[in-house]
Ligand binder design. Structure first.
Ligand code: FE
Length: 211
């Protein structure tokens, strides 16, 4: 058997992955970044195929990765992680920014480091694509504590509120979205099997019934 909770124990960080095409800068939140070689400095990042940022990277072959810090507010993650940059200008959320040598905007708030890389290889992993990039610029932005996925889950992601509703409430374990059938006016015995979270697009299996 495969116990899914095993995967939740793998330590991850949280990162802002950004790119820029001829129209705009854009970014998304990812949790998989590793340095794969040091001579030359190459990194691997894993991105969901549904992310608009990915299509920009495949087109321009350039991307930045910023390591987030523990002072990152939930609104930051919400802005970059739970909506698409196809329609929205996610970068408008950022206040204190700079531009790296490759021309991509980076934030100086809520980050520890920024790396700029040129795409040299990609591996199709099914739902995700693994990108291998050669680092062309690496900057320290602050000495603040790096943000791990576990810290985010415990301290930044909003806690589910105590159940007040008379109906069933399902909570997305990934982003905290709540489906309250009393509020929505549509009651389910169980969530439909093709259910996806309207915020983070994770499937029904990531939802838990609030007791
Ligand atoms: Fe969600």
């Amino acid at each position: 058997m495969v116990d899914e909770s095993v995967f939740m124990k793998i330590p991850y960080g949280l990162y802002l992955l950004t790119s820029k095409n001829e129209y705009k800068d854009n970014g998304c939140i990812i949790n998989t970044v590793v340095q794969v070689t040091s001579n030359p400095n190459r990194i691997a990042v894993c991105v969901n195929k549904q992310n608009y940022t990915l299509s920009m990277i495949l087109e321009t072959k350039k991307f930045n990765v910023s390591l987030l810090t523990t002072d990152t507010p939930f609104e930051f993650v919400e802005n970059f992680g739970f909506k698409t940059g196809k329609a929205a200008d996610k970068m408008a959320y950022l206040k204190n920014t700079g531009i790296s040598e490759n021309g991509i905007i980076y934030t100086k708030d809520n980050v520890s480091t920024v790396m700029s890389a040129n795409l040299i290889e990609k591996v199709d992993c099914g739902t995700h694509i693994l990108l291998i990039g050669e680092v062309c610029e690496a900057m320290n932005i602050s000495d603040k504590e790096p943000l791990t996925y576990s810290y985010y889950q415990k301290n930044i992601k909003p806690k589910p509120k105590a159940k007040k509703s008379g109906g069933k409430v399902w909570v997305c374990q990934i982003c905290g979205y709540e489906y309250d059938e009393e509020k929505e006016g549509v009651a389910f015995e169980d969530l439909p099997s093709d259910w996806v979270c309207p915020l983070c697009k994770h499937p029904k299996s990531d939802f838990e019934l609030l007791k």
